[in-house]
Design a protein around this ligand. Structure first.
Ligand code: HEM
Length: 304
């Protein structure tokens, strides 16, 4: 039987605890505001309104992947960068990316099984061989993911990957599948565990607040373009590195966002919320996410 969003979030809550008011995953985060400005190359690849060159206002959220809002920043974890773009006609479109260069599995069931297998710590390690037998793609993906879990010196210096393929449709009707990378313009590194620990539990937020007070933070938006035969429905499988890449724009983060998520305001970043000129692929992980995010929203906004 197919996994339901409720079952998925039950497993997530069992793994990380249920924390009222917080996202079931990526619970700890920080909001910023700024703009996105596309390069001329972008308009050749898609007719999407935010890809035509005019600056588009944006909200950004950096996060740690854990569902525990009290997990220290130095703990190994994928980090997230989510972007909401406010389009001229009042619509919104979201981009959601993580520091892992691949997703561990090609199905939502596999991902939830992996989370469940981790939840018991070492006592549950016996579950892993079973998991790997059922999801062999994870054998190749997990070694590529492991180094990306090491804490970075700043949220502003990591690369973030969109992982899913999206179809970009040009003004002339031409089509191509692309994958997103948000590449940092600021230099930085990953930290040895003892060094990150010395910076404190909340050093990533503190560093970002201090950094953004001095100057804007920028990321280059790059797309990798698929060729026929490249998998467009499997976020655990990389495309050959020689595939063409284009710089399609710059995200400029200019300050902290203090108006959103106050009072009754609910902010959700949903990668399937695309615009004209951009279509979701048939990736089952991508297609499962909106219902899982809605379930998380229902639980985080439920009256106590
Ligand atoms: C079946 C697969 C997945 C499940 C079940 C899942 C589940 C979730 C849930 C429940 C949330 C909290 C939503 C909310 O309350 O607003 C979340 C947030 C997030 N997820 Fe996923 N996710 C999946 C795949 C992915 C993938 C592939 C990526 C990266 C491309 C990703 C990146 C993120 C990020 C960055 C956030 C935080 C967004 C924010 O700042 O609001 N997730 N995920």
């Amino acid at each position: 039987m197919a996994l339901s969003p409720q079952q998925a979030i039950d497993v997530v809550n069992r793994t990380f605890g249920r924390h009222s008011g917080y996202r079931a995953l990526h619970a700890k985060g920080i909001l910023l505001k700024g703009t996105f400005t596309a390069t001329p190359q972008a308009a050749q690849l898609t007719r999407a309104p935010h890809m035509q060159g005019a600056p588009t206002p944006a909200t950004f959220r950096f996060s740690n992947g854990s569902g525990n809002p009290r997990q220290p920043d130095y703990a190994p974890d994928p980090r997230g960068l989510a972007v909401k773009l406010y389009l001229p006609d009042g619509a919104r479109t979201d981009i959601v990316a993580v520091t892992s260069p691949r997703f561990p599995t090609k199905t939502p069931e596999g991902f939830i099984e992996l989370l469940g297998a981790q939840s018991g710590g070492l006592a549950a390690a016996w579950k892993m061989p079973l998991f790997l037998a059922r999801h062999p793609e994870a054998l190749a993906a997990i070694p590529r993911i492991a180094p990306s879990l090491i804490a970075p010196s700043s949220y502003a210096v990591a690369s973030y990957y969109g992982l899913h393929a999206f179809k970009w449709v040009g003004a002339d009707g031409s089509e191509r599948y692309v994958r997103y990378t948000l590449a940092p313009q600021a230099p930085g590194s990953r930290l040895a565990p003892w060094r990150a620990r010395a910076l404190g539990r909340d050093y990533l937020r503190e560093e970002l607040r201090e950094r953004i007070g001095r100057a804007p933070v920028r990321f280059t938006f790059e797309v990798q373009i698929a060729e026929p035969g490249d998998p467009t429905d499997d976020p655990s499988a990389a495309w050959p590195s020689r595939r063409r890449r284009e710089r399609v724009g710059t995200f400029e983060l200019t300050g902290l966002e203090t108006e959103r998520e106050t009072g009754d305001d609910v902010l959700v970043f949903d990668p399937s919320r695309v615009s004209d000129g951009i279509e979701c692929s048939s990736d089952p992980v991508l297609l499962f996410r909106p219902s899982a995010y809605s379930e998380s929203v229902a639980r985080r906004t439920a009256p106590q």
